[in-house]
Design a protein. Sequence first.
Lengths: 404, 379
Amino acid sequence: MSELKTSDTESAELETFRNETRAWLEANCPPEMRKPATSDADVFWGGRNAKFSSEPQRIWFERMRDKGWTVPDWPKEYGGGGLSAAEHKVLRAEMARIGARPPLSSFGIWMLGPALLKYGNDAQKREHLPKIAAGEIRWCQGYSEPNAGSDLASLQTRAESDGDDFVITGQKIWTSYANYADWIFCLVRTDPTAKKHDGISFILFDMTSKGVTTKPILLISGYSPFCETFFDGVRVPKSHVVGTVNRGWDVAKYLLQHERAMISGMGERGVGRPLGQIAADSVGTDTQGKLDDAMLRGKIASFDVDEAALAACAERAVDLAKAGQAHPAFSSAMKYYGTELNKRRYEILMSAGGVDALEWESERSRQGARPRAWLRTKANSIEGGTTEVMLGIVAKRILDLPGA
Amino acid sequence: MALVLTEEQSMLRDSARGLISDKAPVSHLRHLRDSKDPTGYSKELWHSFAEMGFAGLLVPEEFGGSGLGYVEAGVVMEEIGRTLMPSPFLATSVVAASALNRGGNAAQKSEYLPKISNGSLLATLAIDEGAKHRPLQTSLQAVRAGNGFKLSGAKALVVDGHVADLVIVAARTAGAAGERDGLTLFLVNPKAKGVAIERTIMVDAHNAARIEFANVEVNADSVLGEVDQAASLLDGVLDIGRGAVAAEMVGLSDEVFNRTVEYLKSRKQFGKLIGEFQALQHRAAELYVDIEITRAATMKALQALDADVAKATSAVAVAKARAGTTATRAVQEGVQMHGGMGMTDQFDIGFFMKRARVCEELFGDANYHTEQLARSRGY
């Protein structure tokens, strides 16, 4: 009985939190922020040079920041909301209910923050986490190199010891938004004689440091979200290493779990209009009101089944983590499936749009938003570890198959 | 509600698994099949089920049941799926018990539910008539006759139909095939005059029957729920059955998968364990992810049923559709990766393939439920 009472009290408290959250969101989320972002300008990334694209965007960001809800589950001392996992789930559900956009998008939130919370020292946490929470510093990720893609641990960017500093020389590639970022979290080789996983360190530095240059890469979408990033004798204090020198691979892998969780959630699941209705607008319907393309209708319906099932699995993954039952490599499973599903979504959207989805430059097509987004999704199953690498990780670490 | 089992549910799973893996491994099914057992299940095991409170798992405590929910029923179904145990649990304890509990009047409940709980009464739902599951197409006729009705028509894939003591028959009292209005459920004694039952030996060696009704007389008290208005009751009962079968398919898929992964780790060819080959590793990994996603979708559906049966339809459609495609993939990969051994009757893998095929047809296949989801979303 006592157990029952505790859980009753807990659920009553959670219900109170839900009601308060719902009321607060209703009162504070501007109507313009209650629909999905349709272009990059709709997304607020923060940073030293950040500009708001609209007044509602500013208001929404500032109100959420002041509550600590840019990072709802981080400790309050670092600018977070201090919410429990259950409360965080409620907040997400309530935001989804009204279609509220995330107030701040940030690699600091999705990737570096969790790694710093686990591996950072006090000084690093106090220095960096509040600025991430407040959107003051925009981060980029220095992982891949021209000859270290799927085989990331073979990276060659070197950091040579010189007194209290490391001097960093080398090249990164696919550095997302490096040209807009203020700081970088970067993998560098601090011991070239060790085995490849054992000589890597995880280090943080300012992108305005002397010797850092970036060069955007034009992609098939016509956009340049990624850069080549060059380091020519960049001097970085050794105190900027996160975790232990030469043990950076542990930090890197932990961060990758979060990156993969982030990418698997990139598809705009369950928001906006159902795919079938979007398709019906352009394809038309038959006399029974069914989408007038039976094969496409079937593909969309199968997609909807898989999307709803994946959403349940994502929810379960969070619940398992909370219960301490999660497999650390499960984010690789989610990353593989979520990205393949997002590619399916855009193949369907292109098919549904037909000729209209082919326009690349026009007001009517919002400068080819759909075909560009379609092409962008092709990177989903490559970035952050390819589908093939993910399946290899599942085979080796979860299924324990030999020699993988 | 978190999508993980509670401590109590985990304990239930452990005790169900203990009993089932001990008393009814796959060899139990094999024995029933090979000995041509006339009942197709073990009475003794069914009594153990009743003693453990499983037979009346969904029955309220006031009728001698355990008063548990659909998540708990799913937990037991998943364990049944692991060993393919032929059991009256699905037809009697899940489907019929739900129909009686949700649709029955006080007299019907107190007559039947205690007997279901103590294991003395087997019951089943007779719904399908054609080759495919199309509940609204029901055309078995029930015409008013005196104080009661006369039933005429035929049913197929009646689970446990030849051993049931009570058959719940979906019939048409008005309207035409395809219409929601005009459906009525009847409680029919299978020994009544005019009932002809043919046990159908199925590919999976589980129990099913075809039943013909030739002017079968039933009195007015045998109507379950409202005359002409059974569609909503039926929707709920079928969704409960679908959730339960999805759980069975998750257990079945998981077991096939585990056996297959073990085989990949022990079978050598070309001087290597075949599990070292990337072609097989990636297929195994994809299947693992499929099963985990389907497991989550099924748990979501069962929780939705516990929250409100009437609002669970979409979640159930997702779960049963996913369970169908996942189990089909699991058993096909299971046979393929076991190579020639997978084709032999001596090996158990084939039993899983056969049962998966039957589960896929039970209460609507993946195509049916995918179609339902599309309709519910208005395209």
